[in-house]
Ligand binder design. Sequence first.
Ligand code: HEC
Length: 130
Amino acid sequence: MTREKKAFPQLLATALLMLAGWQAAAQDVKRGEKVFADCRACHTIDPGANNIGPSLAGIIGRKAATVDGFRYSPAMKRSGIIWDKDTLAAFIADPQKAVPANRMPYAGMPEPKDVADLIAYLTQAGVSAK
Ligand code: HEC
């Protein structure tokens, strides 16, 4: 990959952040539901339904490693992260960079548009789960 091509997704991510103000358009939510296929093997959005990974119901605004009954890694427990749109975006894009030594076996999502739509979906899923 050339340097120009690498810089583009980062620019796009920044532009998306600024432009959208992270307001989730219905279309993005729908697309995000499809992107969630990447996570579905290990996560549900149903409250209390832990799988290989913890339930992601109501993830926005929640402190990391606080789902009852899930055994988190020491790294995740120590992270002190509050999951908002920015911390989630960083984690989904590159889990090991955002929380070194965490135990989520996921390499990261390279496409900022996918990450943004996925977060739009998770935001809405959290709201409807309450
Ligand atoms: C192969 C299984 C697997 C996949 C795929 C996966 N995860 Fe995870 N996820 C985990 C595990 C295991 C943890 C707990 C990590 C730890 O404790 O270090 C976790 C933790 C998390 C957390 C922290 C939750 C909390 O309660 O603090 C978030 C957020 C998360 N995953 C989001 C996602 C998203 C979004 C995707 C899809 C892009 C995804 N994960 C894909 C297994 C997975």
